[in-house]
Each structure stands twice: as C-alpha cells, then as structure tokens.
Design a protein around this ligand. Structure first.
Ligand code: ZN
Length: 496
C-alpha cells in the first residue's frame, strides 16, 4: 500500500523525464549531421583507411566534438580521447607452381593459408566424387599422406554447406598437406580481390582456441588454372569441375607436382580509437557503450572510397548523440549509468579497433551493461528501394542479442514508441542472416565477451563499399530519425 504513492511519484517523474528526452531528441540537428558527414566523407579524408592521414583527421574531428560537448577524456590524465591501437600489417607474396609453370597470387588462384609455411613439391590426388558420403567411403583406400587433395566444385560446395572444418580435420589426421578446389565462382572472387588489392591486410585478432586443430591450407583455382593442373594427365572437366571421362575409379593420382611458396612479412602499425565518457549519477553501476566506426577503405589510385554511409553516417550520429546527451545533462538529466562513447578505427580491416578496445576497455567488460552499435544509417537499402516500400524513409534494421535479459528490446521499442515511431525491421535477425550480421560489425567482440548488444542500421545500398558511397546520396531526414532513435534508446539503456 505504501508503495503506491511512491510509484505514482516515480511514474510522474519518469513521464516528465521521458518527455524532456523526447524533446531533446526532437532537437537533433539535421544541419549538423549533414555538415559533419560532408566533412568526414570529403576528398580531404581520402577514404579514412585505418592508420592513414584521413583516419587521424577523422579521429581529431570526433575528439573535438567530444570536447565541445563536455565528455570526459579517459587517457593521459583526462587530457586525451585517443586510444592508440596496435595492428600488425601482413604482406604476402605467394607463387603457385604447377609442374614448372609459375603463377603469382590472384593469377587464377588464391590461397587460404593457416600458417605461413611453404608447400614444396606436393604430389596430387584427385577426387571426382560429388557427395561427401561417397568421398568418405573411398577415403580409407585413397593415399592422401603428404599429398594435396583436389576436390571439384560440386563436392566442395557440399562440404562448405556442411562445414569445411570436419573435412579439414579428417584430412589432417590422414597426413594430407592441402586442399585444392576449383569452381567457376573462383574467377569472380579473384576479379574482386584483384580490384581490392590496394587494401592492406592485417593479422586478425581472433586466435584459434587452444588445442584446436588448424585448418589445412586451401588453394582455390579458377577453371582455367584447373586446366593447367590437369593438362599432364590429358583430363578435361565439365564447368563444375567434375571429370568428363572419370573412368571406373572415383579418385586418381595425377602426374602433376604442385608447390606453393609463401613469403609473409609483418609490420607493426598504429591507429586511433576515440573514447569519451559521460559519468553517470551512480558510478558503481555497469556502463553503457555507444559505438560506431569512423574508418573506411581508403584510396585506390585516384579513386576515393568516401564511405559516406559506411560509416561516416554512424560517426556523425555518435557525435550528435554526444551533443544531445550534453543538453540533457545541462537540463539536470544526467543518466544513471556512465556512457562510454566509442569511435572505432579498423572496423573495415577486421574489427581491429573494437577488438583492441574490448581487450583494453576504460571500464571492465564485466562492468559493461550493453553496447549500442551503429554501422551505416541514412540510406534506404536496395530491399526498400526495389520493392518501393512505403516506409523506405521511416525504418531501421535492428539486431538485438540480449544474452543476459537486461531488457534491451524494451529499451529500443520503448524509445521508438516514445519518439520516432519507425518500422523496426527484424529481417536480419532471421537464422540465415544473423551470423553474418553479428560478426560483421563492432558489436562482435563485445558479444564474444558476453556483453549484450543492439545494432541499428539501414541495410545495404548499391553503393556499398564502392567509390560512389558519397554524402549527396544520403537521405538526411532518415539519418536524423535513426539518430534520434539511437539517442532515446541509449538514454533508456543508461537508466535501466
Ligand atoms: Zn561499416
């Protein structure tokens, strides 16, 4: 009974607070979003490749916004917002030799190595099976020890579907040295890789779990290179890589000898994350992180990859959210939980900035309540455009993993009901998409550390990762609404 007036008191206060927050969200500045986005996605930034001049300029710009909005600087005795990450640049030179013919990497072949070891003078055994069951039935008779095993496109597709790791494990136990496979799709992949050769490769932060078996090196061949491989045996194949005249056995040893030389060099590099904080009223509580990545793909010759939607949009949203949160604080509405603002570098090079952050956080991961990650906003995606969907300027894709039942979905839907009323589209939460979405942006390393997350985004346009991802193609009204949604959601999370 005695609780009743208290509850009433609280709900009145809460409603008043919610109204004040919605009003602040209403003041979200489209002008600022636009101005900042045009700056971050300008030619001067040269595509903001991790560790480049543009990356540093972008980081400085974000830091200036943090400072202007009174965010606490966590580094260098509260004087710096910059967290310098270390990344290891990897330079590979690889050559494939088939009998005596040498081919540089991407010239009809690609290598997926597990370790930088040379594979010298490997005899080759070819399997012509079209189902894993048939393959495994013959395997005990096949002499795969110290050899490379060639699989056709049909069989490989089935192994990919059922999980390539088990095949790799079985062949490793039998002493095989490598898997060679070919399919018509390899040519397409190689075209794409050649066109993206300007992008540097870095050592990825994920290390195999202790005791796990490293996968066998895989050599993928284009149909043309497969021809080279089979020439000495006068074998010809169908387009899917199966043999035209297989003979009575489904496997055979080839006359061909294959080698791969891999020369790998490493170089230590550094790049900036930008971290700022708004202290909560109860610093004993776990904090909430709002994040976006500011890096993109850089420059290929004269072609700049502007990365306006990906992810200048998310970066300017975080800057604007800092401004709105500062307005709230100035009105006496300080969030209960501390909010950590994170602008990550190196997302495009393999989530390097966020992986570094979760290993070196300003608040321990156990004291991180949730992360709200924003990657790509403000551009109606191909699904909405192609289907002429009515809500194409009033939606957001959402992905929520509330692993600890902390009411993340309530925070998000409650924010949307109270303010923007967008269509919250759960399309990418479907089982066939979720892993790619989960691993495809900075929430992933938080997730691996057990931190629940919300991701908000606009989906993919035809300009995704192309030089045509430019600021003039952004819908600023949509960007504003999605930023408002993120702000109110963040407020709700920080007051749980
Ligand atoms: Zn992105």
């Amino acid at each position: 009974m005695r609780l009743f007036p208290l509850l009433l008191f609280c709900s009145t206060i809460c409603a008043a607070q919610q109204k004040a927050i919605t009003d602040i969200a209403g003041g979200c500045s489209t002008t600022n979003l636009k101005k900042n986005l045009y700056y971050l996605a300008s030619a001067k930034m040269e595509g903001r490749a991790m560790g480049s001049k543009g990356d540093v300029l972008a980081a400085n710009y974000v830091a200036a916004a943090y400072k202007a909005n009174g965010l606490t600087a966590p580094y260098d005795k509260n004087r710096s917002y910059f967290q310098s990450i270390t990344a290891i640049l990897k330079q590979d030179k690889a050559t494939l030799t088939i009998n005596n013919k040498r081919f540089d990497i991407f010239d009809g072949w690609q290598l997926y190595p597990s370790l930088p070891a040379d594979l010298k003078d490997m005899p080759v055994i070819l399997a012509n099976h079209t189902s894993p069951d048939d393959f495994y039935r013959d395997l005990p008779q096949m002499e795969v020890r110290e050899k490379a095993v060639v699989l056709n496109g049909v069989l490989m597709a089935k192994f990919f579907k059922s999980g390539i790791d088990s095949l790799s494990n079985v062949l490793t136990k039998r002493g095989a040295l490598a898997i060679i496979w070919s399919s018509p799709s390899v040519s397409k992949v190689l075209d794409r890789q050649r066109s993206r050769k300007f992008i540097p490769q870095y050592v990825q932060p994920q290390t195999p779990a202790p005791g796990s078996v490293l996968p066998l090196p895989e050599i993928a061949l284009s149909p043309e290179r497969l021809k080279t491989l089979l020439a000495a045996d006068n074998l010809t194949t169908n387009t899917d890589g199966t043999l035209q005249n297989p003979g009575d056995k489904n496997y055979r040893e080839l006359k061909t000898i294959v080698s791969v030389e891999l020369n790998r060099q490493f170089k230590e590099t550094h790049a900036p994350n930008v971290i700022g904080m708004i202290k909560g009223t109860d610093t004993s509580l776990a904090s909430v992180v709002i994040s976006a990545h500011h890096d993109h793909d850089g420059v290929n010759g004269k072609e700049i990859y502007y990365g306006a939607v990906d992810n200048a949009s998310g970066t300017v949203a975080v800057m604007e959210i800092a401004a709105m949160m500062n307005r709230a604080v100035k009105q006496g509405l300080r969030p209960k939980r501390t909010i950590v603002f994170a602008s990550f570098t190196g997302e495009e090079r393999g989530l390097l900035g966020s992986a570094w952050y979760v290993a070196h956080p300003v608040q321990p991961m156990e004291k991180t309540y949730a992360v709200l990650n924003i990657d790509m906003m403000g551009r109606p995606d191909t699904i909405h455009v192609n289907h002429k969907m009515a809500d194409s300027t009033n939606y957001a894709y959402i992905l929520v993993k509330d692993t600890l039942n902390r009411g993340l979905r309530d925070a998000l839907y409650g924010a949307n009901d109270a303010s923007t009323k967008l269509t919250l589209d759960t399309h990418y939460e479907a089982p066939q998409y979720i892993m790619r979405r989960l691993t495809g942006s900075d929430q992933y390393y938080f997730y691996l550390k057990g931190v629940p997350f919300i991701r908000i985004d606009c989906g993919f346009s035809t300009d995704y990762h192309k030089p045509t991802d430019t600021p003039d193609r952004v819908n600023y009204s949509l960007l504003t609404k999605q930023t408002q949604l993120a702000f109110v959601t963040l407020w709700n999370l920080a007051n749980k």
